[in-house]
Structures are given as structure tokens and as C-alpha cells.
Design a protein around this ligand. Structure first.
Ligand code: C2E
Ligand code: CA
Ligand code: CA
Length: 710
């Protein structure tokens, strides 16, 4: 223990400090290898060498210890300081006795000898490896963050709440169309007004930041430098200072323009019809809803106008979908031309279009538009050199009287449209409450029709065809009836079109073919005079690929000679797509059956086609026969058809022969065969059998037959 009262022994104090310092005090010569004359005890800890090993380079020189690559730098730094008569600080690496490399900091100052020459350096060297490592890590981190900032694909920004940029990375400059971050920062000094398409969006951004300190996926439209508008999404947070007030915002920006465009395309696809580009069913509902809201407010009417093309299925099925598609496009164009800018045209599906008429004050305005529509649609349509007549049926419902929501209005307009179709097509009908009844009846009918075949509810009636020359029954037309429980016998006009629309005509048509062949074969086997039975073919069946096969199999099943089967096709259908139908007819003909053109005179036949078709009979439409004895025009037409048929080598049959006067006229003008109520109504197979049994009924002694139909 030292006596605190004793005088201070400074030398001893300094020795204690020197020996215990972490680091090495030294004095060296200013020579090439920094020969150490003195080093403190700290030498051992710092370098791994004992002081006596270093002093006078006994084992190692300090220069040797210094890493070769640092020596030059050390030397230059020290000599420069000495020349300037200053103290120096220099950092470099040494290799310890144990081979480990350490960073050291050396601080020293030059010392003069008695002659005033620089002779020594005295100083202190300490190990700074740990600090250097920490520094290095820090630098590395900064470098890494810098690199992220520079190379990120997201734009990164720091902005002030007032709307200036503090910082922007190259990606942000790129997104916003600036050459560099500096240019961006310099150019954009009022973010709200210069950048955002809707300045309110920036205001909202700032509001969210102040309130919650963050925004997530905040989407806005912004202007690029060149004025183009793009969509961006921002994620950002507010950086606050110690007292909690917002200093700046920092965050990221991604350009989502492509995604937005893609979404817009998808949305358009989901709400528009791909063929015509018109609003589809779902958008139509929206439009009607909006129209209702607006009409409520302004006290206006809304009209929902259901437009259905007449005979579209026929065109589509017989001419193919390409023609059908072009027709729909044409109709879409024509409809658009009929409405005003605030109205809508939508495609409901198939050949059904719906107009939504708005801002109406009275029904007359609806009528004006609908009349124009009927007129515009009925203009002939030219497609690839071919002219087509078009027409449509229109049903109209109105808000508020017919319904208060889109579904109700569409239902009513649809019902009214069916009524228009029933009343002869190419016309319009307003909805009335009684139509509901009609619609539900139709739906019911459609539903029971689906089960009619399996429940065996169809019957075939036969109407005899008489040979004028012999007065004998030489054929019969098979006409379908539906014996619907609770409804009685339903005539074909009430359900054939439904069967065609639903596709049920294929199995039904097949059934009647088989039944007619079976019955005819049975009559022949029973020894009755053989007759030819004709079966009506729907255009839908004709388009169906399996027709020839179906006819062949009906004949084979029944074991009927094909010569006793005739197929009837209506003239309007035959002329629709004459070339193709000609080919199909020829393949039917190869089976050996007869072919008749039904309802002849109504369908504008082309003579050249008629000549080439493999046709056996023309059936004069009953509308011409009806007034044959009173209307000179009808009489002339029938005479002309007979002459024409004969010129082409065809048999001519007259349908709808109801009176003796009809019969006389037709016989006189050389008509070959007759069919009509005058001889017999269509009758069940058993009654037909009785007629055949009675033998060749002659027209002269034929009494008016019993009526088997109501
Ligand atoms: P359609 O082929 O023109 O058949 C002739 C129609 O005229 C039959 O009506 C027949 O009963 C009727 N009729 C016959 N004689 C007279 C007469 O003297 N005066 C009058 N006013 N009418 C007469 P129906 O049986 O009601 O058939 C109507 C239509 O339904 C047929 O017209 C045909 O287009 C279609 N149809 C009937 N059966 C079938 C079938 O099995 N398949 C297909 N696809 N259509 C059929
Ligand atoms: Ca017929
Ligand atoms: Ca007919």
C-alpha cells in the first residue's frame, strides 16, 4: 500500500499505466524497417511477440509484421505528417505471431535529436479489429440497401406530406417516365396536382397516412411525364419524429396498368356478348335496373323490348353458323341504328335481342321506335351475293305498369313476344296480364311434350290421296297427333314448332317415320291394296346428320319397299339452301324413296333448281286451292303449277280439296292427285284400313266422309 500523504511518484504511476494499457506504446527509429527502441508490455497482447523479441528487431521487425500491401500506405502517411510537422493517425493490418491478421490504429508524432534532426517516432498502437468488423458490417448493410434501392423493380419513394419528393429510385423514375431520379425529384414539386389524375386520390392517400400511418395496395391513376395515364398501386407508411408528427412518407409503387387492362378485358367479356360485342344478359339486368332508378326519379317510363328473329333457326340450321353469325351481326347493327343514345341494345342469347328504352313520357314514343325497328329489320339482307328476307317478332313491357324489376319486365316482354309470334310474326305485341296464362300454358306444353314419346302419346293419322284418273286411293299422308291426357287430341301446329325449338323433333320425327313404315308394311301384309305413305320432314331433321340412316333403318325395320315411302319437304325450306339440299336429297333418293315438295307456290321456287332436284311430286298449297273457283289469280296460279310440274315430268297433287267445285276444276286442268276434306279428313289408322278395305273408292260415288276430327 502506498501512503496517500507521500509525494506523488510520477515515474511509477506512468510505468503502471504504460504496462497496463491495452495497446502498445513505442519509440522507433525513422528507418526503412521502423526499428523499435522501446515497446511497452502491451506489445505481447497486441502482436503475440514479447517486447524483447521486437526491440532492435531481435526476432522480427515491425515492418515485417505490417502486411506487405499496407506498408506503402503506412509509410507515406507517416512521412507526410512528419514533413508537415504534424501528428499522424494511420490504420492498417499486421500479422501477429500466431499468424492472425488484425486491424490496428497507430497514432504518433516525430521526435527531434539534439541537432534538430527528425530521429524517432513515439506513439501508440491499438487493436481496432472489432470496430473495423462492425464498420465493415455496417458498410455492407448500407451497400446492400443501396443496391436494393437502385435495382428494385418497384418504385421506392420518400415524399413530404406537402407533396415533394425527398428521394426516388431509378425504378420510380422509370415508371413515371423520367430519365433519372434526380429529374423526377426536380420536376414533381406538387404531387397532388402534377401526378394524380384525380387529385382527390392523393388527398385520400394523405388522409389515410395521417389517420392510420399506412396504406396498402392503394390504387390510383397517374400521369407519366409524357402525359400517358397509367395505373399504380402504392404501399407506404408514415415516418414520424420524436413528437409524433409526420416527417415524411415512404413506400413503394408498382405499375399495375397491364393488370388493370386485363381485368377490364375480363370484365368486358363477362358482361358482353362475344359475337356482337353488345351487353349480355347480366349487363342487361344492370341496365334495366339503372333505367328503373332513373325513371323513378324523373317520373318517366321504361320500355323493355324483346326482339326475336323469325325463322332464325331455319337459316342457322340450313345455311350454317357462319351465315347465322353474320346475320346476327347485321341485326345488331340495325337495332343499334334504331335507338337513341340513352337507350341500350343487348343480346339475350341465340336470336333474341332486348332493347331498353328510357326517358319515355308515353307509349306513343315506344311505338314510333318499334315501328321503325320492324321496318328496318325487314329490309332485305345481302350476304355473299344472296338476298334474304328478314323479319322479327317484338314483345314490349313497360315500367312501372308491368313490373318493378328486370326479371319481371323481361318475363312480360318475352310473353308478349310469343304472342307476337303467334299472331303471325313480323309484328309487335304489348304485354297484357292475360299473356301470363298463355305463357304458363306454353311452358306446361313444352314440359309434357318432353315426356310424350316415352308415354306413348303420339298417334299417326292418315289422310288419303286420290288418283284423279282412276278415282282410287293411291297414297296417304301421315300426320302426327298428340293424344295428351286431359287435353285431348292436339294438332301438330300447336307443338311442332316447340319440338323444333327444343330439338325434340329428332326423336319424334324418327318415331313417326318408323310408325308410318311399320303401318304401311302391316297393311300390305294384311293383303290391302298397296299405297304410298308420305311423311313430313322438318328442316331440323333434314339438317341432322343421321337422316339417311334413320330413313334406311325405318324401312329395314318395317321390311317396307322404299317405293312405298315418300318424304315431304316444304318449298320454302328447299329453296333456302338449294345446292346443299340437292346433295342431301340425292342421297335420300338413292334409298329409293319418293320426294315431294310440300306447300308448293308459297316459297318462290327457282325453276333451274327445281329441274335439277330429284323430286317426284309437287303439292300445291291449300291456300291456292281454297278460292280456286272464285279467285281468278289463284286459279291461274294452280293452272300454272300444273303445267310447270308436267313440263318437268313431275306429278302434281292438290291439297285442301274441300268441294266438288275444287275437284272439278282440278280434274279439268289435269291435276294428277287430290287430297282434302272432300275425300277424307286425316283419320286414325284403323279407319284408314277400313277405307282401304272398301277398295278403290271412286270420286264419283264417294260420299262426304265421316269427320273423325273435332
Ligand atoms: P301439311 O304438311 O301442309 O299438312 C296438310 C295439312 O292440311 C294437315 O294439317 C291437314 O289436316 C290439312 N288439311 C288436309 N285437307 C284439308 C282440307 O281440305 N282443308 C283444310 N283447310 N285443311 C286440310 P295438320 O294435320 O293439322 O298438319 C299441319 C301441319 O303440321 C302439316 O302441314 C305439317 O307441316 C305439320 N306436320 C304434321 N305432321 C307432321 C309430322 O309428322 N312431322 C312434321 N315435321 N310436321 C308435321
Ligand atoms: Ca305435308
Ligand atoms: Ca302442305
Amino acid at each position: 500500500m502506498t501512503d496517500p500523504a507521500a509525494p506523488l511518484d510520477v515515474t511509477r504511476l506512468l510505468t503502471t499505466i504504460t504496462d497496463n494499457l491495452v495497446g502498445m506504446i513505442y519509440r522507433c527509429r525513422i528507418d526503412a524497417i521502423w526499428t523499435m527502441e522501446y515497446v511497452s508490455e502491451g506489445c505481447h497482447k497486441l502482436t503475440g511477440y514479447r517486447p524483447d523479441e521486437l526491440v532492435f528487431n531481435n526476432r522480427v521487425s515491425y515492418d515485417q509484421m505490417t502486411l506487405p500491401e499496407d506498408r506503402e500506405h503506412v509509410s507515406r502517411t507517416i512521412r507526410a505528417a512528419l514533413a508537415a510537422n504534424e501528428a499522424f493517425d494511420v490504420e492498417y493490418r499486421i500479422r501477429r505471431a500466431d499468424g492472425k491478421v488484425r486491424w490496428v490504429l497507430e497514432r504518433g508524432v516525430g521526435l527531434y535529436d539534439q541537432y534538430g534532426h527528425l530521429a524517432w517516432i513515439e506513439g501508440f498502437i491499438q487493436d481496432i479489429s472489432e470496430r473495423m468488423a462492425a464498420n465493415e458490417a455496417l458498410h455492407e448493410a448500407v451497400r446492400r440497401y443501396r443496391s436494393i434501392f437502385e435495382h428494385a423493380t418497384e418504385g421506392i419513394f420518400q415524399t413530404t406530406p406537402e407533396g415533394r419528393y425527398l428521394n426516388a429510385n431509378p425504378a420510380l423514375a422509370h415508371i413515371y417516365g423520367h430519365a433519372s431520379p434526380d429529374e423526377l425529384v426536380a420536376h414533381l414539386h406538387d404531387i397532388q396536382r402534377q401526378l394524380y389524375v384525380l387529385p382527390e386520390r392523393r388527398a385520400e392517400f394523405v388522409r389515410l397516412m395521417q389517420a392510420h400511418g399506412v396504406v396498402r395496395n392503394f390504387e390510383s391513376q397517374v400521369y407519366r411525364r409524357d402525359g400517358h395515364i397509367i395505373w399504380i398501386s402504392e404501399n407506404a407508411r408514415a415516418v414520424r419524429d420524436a413528437d409524433g408528427s409526420v416527417q415524411f412518407f415512404e413506400g413503394t409503387v408498382v405499375d399495375i396498368t397491364e393488370r388493370k387492362q386485363h381485368e377490364a378485358v375480363l370484365e368486358h367479356q363477362a358482361s358482353h356478348d362475344s359475337l356482337t360485342g353488345l351487353p349480355n344478359r347480366s349487363l342487361l339486368r344492370d341496365r334495366i335496373e339503372q333505367a328503373i332508378v332513373k325513371a323513378q326519379r324523373d317520373n318517366h317510363l321504361v320500355a323493355v323490348v324483346f326482339v326475336d328473329l323469325d325463322h332464325f333457326k331455319l337459316i342457322n340450321d340450313s345455311l350454317g353458323h357462319h351465315v347465322g353469325d353474320r346475320l346476327l351481326l347485321e341485326v345488331a347493327d340495325r337495332l343499334i341504328a334504331c335507338v337513341r343514345s340513352h337507350d341500350s341494345v343487348a343480346r339475350q342469347g341465340g336470336d333474341e335481342f332486348v332493347l331498353v328504352l328510357t326517358e319515355l313520357h308515353e307509349e306513343n314514343e315506344i311505338l314510333a321506335i318499334v315501328s321503325r325497328l320492324l321496318e328496318v329489320i325487314s329490309q332485305p339482307w345481302m350476304d355473299e351475293g344472296q338476298e334474304y328476307g328478314l323479319s322479327c317478332s317484338v314483345g314490349i313491357s313497360c315500367y312501372p305498369q308491368d313490373g318493378g324489376d328486370p326479371d319481371a319486365l323481361l318475363r312480360c316482354a318475352d310473353a308478349a313476344m310469343y304472342k307476337a309470334k303467334e299472331s303471325g310474326r313480323s309484328t309487335y305485341h304489348f304485354y297484357t296480364p292475360e299473356l301470363n296464362q298463355a305463357i304458363s300454358e306454353r311452358l306446361e306444353l313444352e314440359n309434357s311434350l318432353r315426356h310424350a314419346l316415352e308415354r306413348d302419346e303420339f298417334r299417326v293419322y292418315y289422310q288419303p290421296r286420290i288418283d284423279v284418273a282412276s278415282g282410287r286411293i293411291i297414297g296417304a299422308e301421315a300426320l302426327i297427333r298428340w293424344d295428351c291426357p286431359g287435353k285431348g287430341i292436339i294438332p301438330p301446329d300447336s307443338f311442332i314448332s316447340i319440338a323444333e325449338e327444343t330439338g325434340l323433333i329428332i326423336p319424334i320425327g324418327q318415331w313417326i317415320l318408323e310408325e308410318a313404315c311399320r303401318q304401311n308394311s302391316a297393311w300390305q301384309r294384311a293383303g290391302l291394296p298397296p299405297i304410298n305413305v308420305s311423311v313430313n320432314l322438318s328442316p331440323i331433321q333434314f339438317r341432322h346428320a343421321g337422316l339417311v340412316q334413320a330413313v334406311a333403318s325405318a324401312l329395314a325395320q318395317a321390311g317396307l319397299d322404299p317405293a312405298f315411302l315418300e318424304l315431304e319437304l316444304t318449298e320454302s325450306f328447299v329453296m333456302h339452301d338449294a345446292e346443299r339440299i340437292n346433295v342431301a336429297m340425292k342421297s335420300l333418293k338413292t334409298l329409293g324413296v319418293d320426294i315431294a315438295v310440300d306447300d308448293f307456290g308459297t316459297g318462290y321456287s327457282s325453276l333451274s333448281y327445281l329441274k335439277r332436284f330429284p323430286v317426284d311430286r309437287l303439292k300445291v298449297d291449300k291456300s291456292f286451292v281454297r278460292d280456286i273457283d272464285s279467285d281468278p289469280d289463284d286459279a291461274a296460279i294452280v293452272r300454272a303449277i300444273i303445267t310447270l310440274g308436267h313440263a318437268l315430268g313431275l306429278k302434281v297433287v292438290a291439297e285442301g280439296v274441300e268441294t266438288l267445285a275444287h275437284l272439278e276444276f282440278l280434274r279439268q286442268h289435269g291435276c294428277d292427285e287430290l287430297q282434302g276434306y272432300y275425300f277424307s279428313r286425316p283419320i286414325p289408322a284403323l279407319d284408314m284400313e277400313a277405307l282401304l278395305c272398301a277398295g278403290g273408292t271412286s270420286q264419283t260415288d264417294m260420299n262426304h266422309p265421316d269427320d273423325h276430327e273435332p
